[in-house]
Design a protein around this ligand. Sequence first.
Ligand code: OAD
Length: 253
Amino acid sequence: MDEIVIPSALIQSLRTASRVAVLTGAGISAESGVPTFRDAQSVLWARYRPEELATPGAFKRDPRLVWEWYEWRRNLVTDAKPNLGHRSLVIMETQVPDFTLITQNVDGLHQMAGSKNVIEIHGNMHRSKCSNEGTIFDQPELYEDKPPLCPDCGAYLRPDVVWFGESLPPEALQASWESAQNCDLFLSIGTSALVEPAATLPLLAQENGAEVAEINIQETRLTPHASYFIVGSAAQVLPELVKITWQVDMSAE
Ligand code: OAD
């Protein structure tokens, strides 16, 4: 393992920050074995492009195909467990007075780890919703029909995730906007920071006076703007950050 270098100024900022906003992406779940969106195709699904399945148009054309694709993706995540990166953010939430975790991931691993204040800007694949009225239903795997029908109105249920071409849930978007605007420190973790609003949130925080720290195994479009860039995997860097900042040793748990 390469040595992880965490600037002491970042430790100081984290220790003294009243408000911290964190944005996570697929990179934090990589070490839990969750394939990223575009990695996730198997032979079975190889002839389909995710960008052509995760759309409202695809669901309209072939609801069963799209439902089965999500069923397959849900099964990939079923055995996954939160890793030390997710668990470090649970500790961080207990140490920082005002802490918000914004995630683009739909795998639910932050909540499984124990994070409380989580904003899911792209939804959650473990929930479904009525394609007509938007009513939310848990545990889609319990249904036999593919896709199941809404018990209230008979329309198809669909995964409760944001598809290409759809807008983000307005409340989640508003809440993430506010936490970015008002934080003292913004951490961008394991995201390519290409998709909106992920691309804008750290910049918005910076414009409003926050420091921005990025943790990633490689540079991204955000890196030139970040106050701190820590190269390394989330599951290695975050426990180290928590250990140095608050003397909480995750490896001892
Ligand atoms: P990406 O797949 O675009 O980027 C993953 C990022 O994680 C990359 O920058 C990697 O370098 C980094 N990475 C990989 N392994 C890592 C590790 N162990 N530790 C730290 N970093 C690591 O995923 P997202 O940025 O999450 O949207 O993608 C954003 C959105 O684009 C997704 O939510 C999805 C997709 O289209 C929707 O489905 C609406």
